[in-house]
Design a protein around this ligand. Structure first.
Ligand code: HMG
Length: 384
């Protein structure tokens, strides 16, 4: 029985900051960001967009096409949680009008949790092959202003369904994984931006990759030549390139571009989307691949600081091109509004009110759903 990703939809905020503008304000060469980090733009959520609206806006095209009718579980992966108790997925469950016969839960392990959700979903679908699971990964990446991490901010969400006979990617049963308790990146409950030991985090990302890959090879008997393309967790696109160069030592720049380039296009323009980033890379690959990938195996590496890494794989399904949302994704990225540096800093400082009072939020550009205010300590979401 084949189980895997049936449909996938990506959403990022309607606003972005060009990293050239950030470079000028911070007094660094634009090429440090464009070339050294490999990022051009970062998605910035306006005050009426949060992980719930990013998630609902990502899942909305699936709903419109009737893909969510027999969803029996909504697994919501995030590290930008909005409540210590209630799962963010319940707000999305209501906004999308999902069936009440549905399990809803939130998962956290930095950027890794959507991959854990995928494995759990495969188990649920194997037990009941007529059911589907909806996974949503949604995050806002935030670091201190002026810190080295600042240029690697971003935001976005992916929503994907997991079912038998998937139209996009059948996931292989084999996987290699690795866990270690490290402090490379974390966010204490009292902070709204992450703390990170940046250089160390890049080393741990690679260490976990090597260990996960070795385990995957033992489990599957496959080698690098078995893969047509690779998708990595993308905190910034150079990180994915550097990681692949560690696996495939001596790979030429042209070959690196061929196996990785198409998967990096969306992230270069949306920034780090934490738990969603690997799957933003998968969308980018499936949408933009010039070659028909039908029947080809792709390798995927998921990494969440703290840390857990997992290498796994899947086979792209024949006819996958007719099940994509490629045009919607490309239009979304093309039609965003550019922020000035002042507007970026104003939004950064704004934050969601924490005074316990009632608030009505101004309306900005969002997808079909927006975060309209707070009443009696409750977040209010509404159609736009
Ligand atoms: P930095 O230390 O300011 O940057 O920030 P740098 O000085 O190392 O420069 C970066 C690169 O730009 C270097 O290239 C420079 O040479 C180059 P490299 O030596 O690395 O190949 N450069 C230039 N290139 C062209 N023209 C120029 C120029 N100037 C310099 N003029 C750092 C880098 C990664 C530390 C920072 O961005 C950071 O802290 N980011 C956040 C942490 C992060 O993204 N870590 C990634 C691994 S951990 C992970 O992926 C998990 C995560 O997603 C969270 C989660 O799991 O939840 C973050």
């Amino acid at each position: 029985m084949k189980i895997g990703i049936d449909r996938i939809s990506f959403y990022t905020s309607q606003y972005f900051l060009d990293l050239k503008v950030l470079a000028e304000a911070r007094g660094v060469e634009p090429d440090k960001f464009y070339v050294g980090i490999g990022q051009e733009k970062m998605g910035i959520p306006p005050p009426d967009e949060d992980i719930v609206t990013l998630a609902a806006n990502a899942a909305s095209p699936l709903k419109e096409q009737g893909e969510l009718d027999n969803v029996e579980a909504l697994l919501f992966a995030t590290e930008s949680g909005i409540d210590q108790s209630k799962a963010a997925g319940l707000f999305v469950h209501a906004l999308l009008g999902l069936p009440s016969r549905c399990r809803v839960v939130e998962l956290k392990q930095a950027c890794y949790s959507a991959t854990a959700a995928l494995r759990f979903a495969m188990g649920l679908v194997a037990m009941k092959p007529t059911s589907k699971v909806l996974i949503i990964a949604s995050d806002v990446a935030r670091y201190a202003l002026g810190s080295p991490g600042e240029s690697t901010q971003g935001c976005g969400a992916v929503a994907f369904t997991v079912s038998v006979d998937p139209r996009l990617l059948a996931i292989d049963p084999e996987a290699g994984f690795y866990a270690e308790d490290v402090m490379d990146f974390w966010r204490p409950n009292y902070l709204s931006e992450a703390l990170v030991d940046g250089k160390y985090s890049t080393l741990v990302y690679i260490k976990a990759l090597k260990a996960a890959w070795d385990f995957y090879v033992e489990e599957s008997g496959r080698s690098l030549g078995d893969f047509k393309r690779f998708c990595y967790h993308i905190p910034f696109t150079r990180m994915a390139e550097k990681a692949h160069q560690k696996l495939d030592k001596g790979i030429s720049p042209e070959a690196l571009e061929e196996v990785l380039g198409e998967s990096l296009l969306y992230s270069r323009n949306a920034g780090n989307c934490y738990s969603a980033s690997l799957y933003v890379g998968l969308c980018s690959l499936l949408d933009n691949s010039v070659d028909d990938l039908s029947g080809h195996r792709i390798g995927l590496y998921s990494y969440g600081s703290g840390c857990v890494g997992e290498f796994f794989s899947g086979v792209v399904q024949p006819g996958y091109r007719s099940s994509r949302f490629d045009q919607a994704h490309q239009q979304l990225l093309a039609k965003r509004t550019e922020l000035t540096f002042q507007q970026y800093e104003d939004i950064y400082h704004y934050g969601i009110p924490t005074d316990g009072g009632d608030h009505v939020f101004s309306q900005y550009r969002t997808g079909p759903f927006r975060f309209s205010g707070i009443q009696q300590h409750k977040r209010i979401y509404a159609p736009r």
